[in-house]
Design a binder for this molecule. Structure first.
Ligand code: C2R
Length: 209
């Protein structure tokens, strides 16, 4: 097997590969089940990964810029109308003083997944965003993923939706099976090549200062 996906060995089922090819924004807007909101368009490069994960599982979503600080009235409107608009999970990304996920969680009964954003201009590397989102007062939970962990937010939203959707449960099972197969394949390669050659072919060695 040759080098794939910038030195990563990947295994994908045909179904996953097909889903990946679908454009994230074509069918996704019809009857969205997941609302992706972010504090700024500067968060979009990260939050796109949540959108891509939802597309892989064929989950319709909407994606918007809403800010607790800059557009407080629109945030109220968004959060209060989310249920009647058919949204079932909200993914909210924000950087710095990241009040958006907590504020939206305070205004809706829906589950909210928070994505702490580390932007290039953030002097604290996203730690402030993480703490702002994860340290919610009791009674107003936000399910917080890792800093810039938007892909996991998308996958978690799918898991939440799968509670009432057996087809989605099967897709998630298949997805996890693929992760397992990927590791099997990597172990086979690691065995064949030895760790030095594997590292040089598929991973960048650490550079020590
Ligand atoms: P700009 O790049 O627009 O200056 O925004 C955004 O999520 C972004 O990461 C810088 C950062 O400010 C964040 N922001 C929030 C909120 N609104 C914007 N944390 C909020 O309401 O929580």
């Amino acid at each position: 097997m040759s080098k794939l996906n910038q030195n990563k060995i990947r295994h994908e089922s045909k179904e996953t590969a097909m889903n990946r090819k679908q454009s994230p924004n074509i069918d996704s807007k019809i009857n969205p089940k997941v609302g992706i909101i972010m504090g700024s368009d500067s968060d979009l490069p990260i939050m796109t990964e949540a959108a891509n994960a939802l597309s892989e599982f064929n989950i319709p979503f909407e994606i918007k810029i809403v800010s607790a600080h800059r557009t407080p009235y629109e945030l109220f409107q968004y959060a209060e109308s989310a249920v009647s608009n058919g949204i079932r999970v909200i993914i909210s990304g924000a950087g710095g003083a990241a009040h958006l996920p907590g504020m939206v969680a305070s205004l809706t009964p829906l589950p909210v997944i928070g994505v702490p954003i580390r932007s290039p201009t953030n002097p604290t590397n996203g730690i402030d965003s993480l703490y702002s989102i994860v340290q919610m007062p009791p009674g107003v939970p936000v399910a917080t993923v890792s800093i810039n962990g938007a892909r996991n937010a998308g996958i978690l939203a799918c898991s939440i939706l799968s509670i009432t959707d057996p087809v989605l449960i099967d897709r998630i099972r298949q997805f996890k099976e693929n992760l397992r197969e990927e590791i099997k394949l990597k172990n086979k390669k690691l065995d064949e090549l030895g760790h030095d050659r594997y590292l040089n072919m598929y991973r960048k060695p650490l550079t020590r200062k």
